[in-house]
Design a protein around this ligand. Structure first.
Ligand code: IMP
Ligand code: MG
Length: 177
């Protein structure tokens, strides 16, 4: 295991995050060079990752759309029920689509969203997440682009919230009471 798993308080600093987002952008450019891709951000958490990611992409025609789901409420544990607050507005049929999310935890949210978007018949559908809490998976789903595999701790910042707070912190840090 990498040494940051051993740290008292888990932190991913700004530079570390930006370098990783750059890496993911390069990989996406390699995979989709010259093509058009619709990036579908999952609100609210993904808004910062999505914004940074697409600004690092030049060799792909970038289109942006959003979906919004809620499942958490003001708790650190998922309720297990995913509710769609709003759906995409673009026609995804025959398009290359990348679903962009802040964190893959139990997998319930992304499994739900993947099935929702697949019904819209995109030409291809991939998933990009900044963080992967791989130990917590309850359903069979993996992301195609993963920034960091992270330990089972409650994280805030860089889009991630606790009761709607801390999304604006420019790095990711473990929440301590
Ligand atoms: P999943 O459906 O359990 O995979 O949960 C995914 C959603 O849970 C993400 O979109 C986040 O909003 C939220 N989530 C999971 N872990 C954390 C965390 O450590 N901090 C903040 N939000 C989290
Ligand atoms: Mg979220």
């Amino acid at each position: 295991m990498e040494e940051w798993f051993m740290e008292e308080r888990f932190i991913l600093d700004e530079k570390t995050i930006q370098n990783k987002v750059e890496e993911i952008a390069r990989q996406i450019e390699k995979d989709y060079e010259g093509k058009e891709v619709i990036f579908v951000g999952v609100l609210k958490g993904a808004f910062i990752f999505l914004a940074d990611l697409v600004r690092k992409i030049e060799k792909v025609d970038v289109l942006i759309d959003f979906v919004k789901v809620s499942s958490y409420g003001a708790s650190t544990e998922t309720s297990g029920v995913v509710r769609l607050d709003f759906d995409t507005t673009m026609n995804l049929e025959g398009k290359h689509v990348i679903l962009v999310e802040d964190i893959l935890d139990t997998g319930l949210t992304l499994k739900y969203l993947k099935e929702l978007l697949e019904k819209k018949n995109p030409q291809s559908l991939r998933i990009a997440v900044l963080l992967d809490k791989f130990e917590r998976r309850k359903v069979d789903i993996e992301a195609d682009y993963v920034g960091f595999r992270v330990p089972d701790r409650f994280l805030v910042g860089y889009g991630l919230d606790y009761a709607e707070k801390y999304r604006n912190i420019p790095y990711v840090v473990e929440l301590k009471e």
